[in-house]
Design a protein around this ligand. Structure first.
Ligand SMILES: [Zn+2]
Length: 224
């Protein structure tokens, strides 16, 4: 794992505080979170923000949701999610000199940063099991439903030590999206973390189940 300098930690802390303040003044970003079932209190728990006043080097994240990676030692990383009401994959943001179209990228990571597990504070919770999701939003959602969970920022960002973080739990559940990519990720987690795949209905993810059926609907996935 990479260690951060004091300057980097201070920079992340300033960034997170700034983007939290930006969120507090931004009704459209608040509405986005509400639409995903996340209350202002939930946003405060995870120190979520929106980038309206980007810090130097963060200009390309303007308008995005800021997802801080919180640890007992403070903020160690950030990712930025597009919250525009569009399908990122079909939106052409710019065309390069060769005529190649570049789509919006749903999640942006900070260049040069190693990836981290999201929500590692849940690893300290007293629980015989832990959930693993793809992405931050589903990890927060599971946690809200009383299921401790960590998020992997995409299968391509898996690090070997993630598996060791999960080794203390009797049972690891993988909650992956109900689509082809989700199934592949589930197989990957079964191999890397001995995770038991939880069946998520086709076309759904944890957050959409939460929006539709609440915490009971999510908990029912691992009942019985
Ligand atoms: Zn987008």
């Amino acid at each position: 794992m990479q260690t951060l300098s004091t300057e980097q930690r201070t920079f992340f802390e300033t960034a997170v505080s700034t983007y939290q303040a930006d969120l507090a003044a931004d009704t459209s970003a608040q509405a986005y979170l509400t639409s995903r079932g996340l209350s202002p209190a939930d946003a405060a728990t995870w120190r979520l923000g929106v980038v309206r006043r980007p810090l130097v080097g963060h200009e390309s994240y303007a308008g995005r949701l800021a997802l801080p990676y919180l640890t007992p030692a403070g903020v160690v990383n950030l990712r930025f999610r597009c919250i525009q009401p569009h399908n990122c994959k079909t939106v052409v943001l710019w065309v390069d000199e060769k005529g190649k179209e570049h789509n919006c990228v749903k999640y942006l990571s900070i260049d040069g940063m190693e990836s981290n597990l999201f929500n590692v504070l849940d690893l300290k919770k007293e629980s015989p099991y832990i959930g693993v999701t793809e992405g931050e939003l589903d990890a927060m959602t599971l946690s809200l439903c009383g299921i401790p969970a960590v998020g992997v920022p995409g299968v391509e960002n898996w690090q070997d030590h993630f598996g060791r973080c999960l080794a203390d739990f009797d049972l690891v559940y993988s909650f992956t999206d109900g689509d082809k990519a989700g199934k592949a990720f589930g197989r990957f987690l079964a191999r890397e973390a001995k995770a038991r795949p939880v069946r998520v209905p086709r076309g759904q993810d944890i957050n959409s189940i939460y929006q539709e059926k609440g915490a009971d609907g999510v908990r029912a996935l691992i009942a019985g």
